[in-house]
Design a protein around this ligand. Sequence first.
Ligand SMILES: *Cc1c(COP(=O)(O)O)cnc(C)c1O
Length: 400
Amino acid sequence: MTLLAGPASPPVPAPLRRDVAGAPARAGDPTDASPRATPYLELAPAAAVRRFRRLAAALPGTAVHYAVKANPHPALLGALTTAGCRFDVAGPTEVRACLAVGADPADLVHSNPVARRDALAECAALGVGLFVVDSPEEAIKLAESAPGSRVLCRIVTSGSGSDWPLSRKYGCSAPQAIEVLALAAGLGLRPAGISFHVGSQQRDPQAWASPIAAAARVFGLLREHGIVLDTLDLGGGFPAHLEGGALPLAAYGAAIETALRRSFDRADLPRPHTLVEPGRSVAGDAGRVVASVVGVLRRGDTRWVYLDAGVFTGMVETLDEAIRYRISTSADGGPTGPCVLAGPTCDSADVLYEKQPVQLPLALAEGDRVVLRSAGAYTTCYSTVGFNGFAPLATVLVDG
Ligand SMILES: *Cc1c(COP(=O)(O)O)cnc(C)c1O
């Protein structure tokens, strides 16, 4: 009996994990034949700094606090703090990340309205002095764990006009905010003002007008009761360049300025200090996910394109197809056709776009590069553990 000789050993797979904070690399151009193993997020901190400066210029007089959760890469935080950006944090780990790159704890806002009391105490011990709550319960917890802190109360918004609404989880009504802030004063906290978030990737600059007017009513009513608020947190929601385009940041600045002027700027209601908490609009356009095609096949009448990155390796915001990235590929140029875009894991939810298919080149084949653009926000941060044997999304820093 003859045994057929097989290959001496199986081919050695490329290492799954790559250096996360390595030196700037040239990569990511879909026509670049660089052999770097995919998938990875290509991140340009200098591009995030440009976006920060553009937003700051569109909102003169408003402090910009980058929402760390969008992308907490230390090189990004470091470049932003050097440029004068402040930060929005959700707990002690993010506080430490900011302090590690030289941020002043007095420039941090803790905007997580429901937090563990030990986490609140830790943030206060690290020097954070401004916290957001949205309920009497959390005001009491804050008074006990971070006594004497300044406090903002978050009011709810409709979230309409945004691709990723945040409306129901956080925020109370304006009348409830009056009660929360009055209670906070009685508990020895220092009522500072109102915060809100109009929903992420907010496409309508007018979305800020109604919550600004509601905030002004709270400021006015509390002033009648001797509580003078001085801070208005306008939240995040400013857009990145996703599918469907985005209005310039100047349009947002103009709409917000008009709303502030209409609701405040009166003798009995002076304009408060304002701040914004952008995440997506700073980090989104500073990064892109570079993936490879694992396979292209037909199921019935439908073309399926499988990538080596998916919902569980970075693109969690494609759940419900809410966030739609612009896509370019190494096969661009020829005719295109619709396809379903899927990720590599065996989970049936690992499908990026199916209800509304994407148009990709008909020539697209195994090994081609696929680049998801403006994907620097909410990708690596949701991809911290490997799933189904697929490594978390690595970051490659680039200039630019
Ligand atoms: C996530 C978050 C942000 C950032 O929102 P973007 O839509 O990415 O700008 C701002 N503020 C709070 C409280 C958040 O939770």
